[in-house]
Design a binder for this molecule. Sequence first.
Ligand code: HEM
Length: 204
Amino acid sequence: MAFYEDAQGRKFNAQMAAVELINVIRPVTAIATFITFAVLALFEHPRARDWVQNGDKQHIEWFTREVRRFYPFGPFLGAKVRKSFTWNGYHFDEGLLVLLDMYGTNRDPAIWGDPDVFRPERFRDWDGSPYNFIPQGGADPAKGHRCPGEGITQEIVEASLDFLVKTIEYDVPAQDLSVPLNKIPTLPESGFIIQHVKKKTPAG
Ligand code: HEM
């Protein structure tokens, strides 16, 4: 941010540099929410935990995608119609507020079959469509507003998950792990508290 120059060789002023720096720090910090859900998933779904612990890099990727599909972050996105149009028999008038149901799409039984089951293997058969798995917005990020940080998010959660299952072990004390759906973004009520953290011994 300090050294960036635009096409005319102009640098950011201090305020613009600060805004842009915060635009990176804020979303990177937000990834902690998905990491919390990843560690919650390891605890709530022991079969999936064993599967990822004994698996390879591909299993870590699918488990991370399933965390981002299954656990709630943004419920929906809003947009205003700029020019009236009709799509699939629905008319959208200019100025209309439209909501994209991210949570509902990620849990749509017509797309996922058993959406309320945490099952990372489902991503083995995922078609890669930019319209059905939309925890960070839909469509092509190069042409619309879908989150351009999605790849970074996926990789940071993967690295954290790898560390959690392969490098350390810990105890999970009794706590309130219920996730309220009336907070945005939400988290387990207690956060996710771990105790007696130690490095894994080679034997396991
Ligand atoms: C927990 C992680 C994250 C979540 C849940 C998230 C979610 C979102 C969502 C829902 C949007 C709006 C999409 C739309 O309007 O269609 C968005 C936009 C954006 N995100 Fe993220 N994001 C995350 C991480 C990141 C990271 C790590 C970066 C970059 C370092 C980033 C940079 C951006 C930017 C620049 C936009 C605006 C794109 C535009 O308007 O064209 N995000 N994000």
